[in-house]
Design a protein around this ligand. Structure first.
Ligand SMILES: N[C@@H](CCC(=O)N[C@@H](CS)C(=O)NCC(=O)O)C(=O)O
Length: 225
């Protein structure tokens, strides 16, 4: 069985969990805290980030590399579109989120507001929170709002949608909400994505472990019910 090393409430680990659920691949999740990595973790991922996938004796870090690998090994229910334009677009949307939005949601906001003060005992960097919330995150949300022209970001439901929705969940976990007034298409997309069975199941499984993290705002999970 596939083993996913990571945490269910990590945006990048969730991408892989949702991908496995979407493809119907059985997996087990082995909790791994990147803030307190186990000995030898650098051999699995020198960047010390989660997730890492283990498939028998093969290990692979990075949510994008893992999804591309899973599509090769298990081509049924592809995560990436087959149409070349949609495929390229899915990769671009993933880069927009993981490369340009993730640092501001995960480090600029969630780390400063929740994990830093509530788990690590660190003072929040208020200037960083302010810049993330008022500058960087709105810029990228604007890009996503403009990029959406249909139900999904790249043709049929794909890993691009899983990537965007997963990052938006962590934005909400930091106590924020996606404004329907400012981002009507993105906000409607978010509701639609979370109602996909692969997301409903992942979020139901995640609720318990996420509830153990002090300070995470899990309201978005109840708003779905
Ligand atoms: N490009 C990586 C990014 C992974 C990533 O940033 N993971 C976060 C958790 S969501 C992490 O491990 N952070 C720990 C750290 O930065 O020290 C991927 O797509 O898997």
């Amino acid at each position: 069985m596939l083993e996913i090393l990571g945490l269910p409430f990590s945006a990048h680990t969730r991408k892989v969990i949702v991908a496995c659920l979407y493809k119907g691949l059985p997996y087990e999740l082995s909790p791994l805290l990147p803030l307190d990595p186990p000995e030898g973790f650098a051999e699995l991922n020198p960047l010390l980030k989660i997730p890492v996938l283990r498939d028998e004796d093969f290990t692979l870090p990075d949510s994008t590399a893992i999804a591309l690998y899973l599509d090769r090994v298990h081509p049924e229910r592809p995560l990436y579109p087959t149409d070349p334009h949609a495929y390229g677009r899915a990769l671009w949307i993933e880069e927009l989120v993981d490369g340009a939005l993730a640092p501001h949601v995960l480090h600029g906001l969630l780390m400063q507001r929740v994990f830093g003060p509530r788990v690590l005992g660190l003072e929040p960097d208020e200037a960083l929170i302010e810049a993330s919330l008022n500058e960087h995150i709105p810029a990228r949300f604007g890009d996503l709002e403009r990029a959406l022209d249909g139900d999904w970001f790249a043709g049929p439901f794909s890993y691009a949608d899983i990537t965007v929705a997963s990052m938006l969940i962590n934005f909400c976990y930091a106590g924020e909400r996606i404004s329907g007034e400012r981002y009507p298409k993105l906000s409607a997309f978010f509701g639609r994505a979370l109602r996909e069975p692969c997301f409903s199941k992942a979020l139901a499984d995640e609720r318990g472990p996420a509830g153990e993290v002090p300070g995470l705002d899990l309201g978005v999970l109840s708003e779905l019910e």
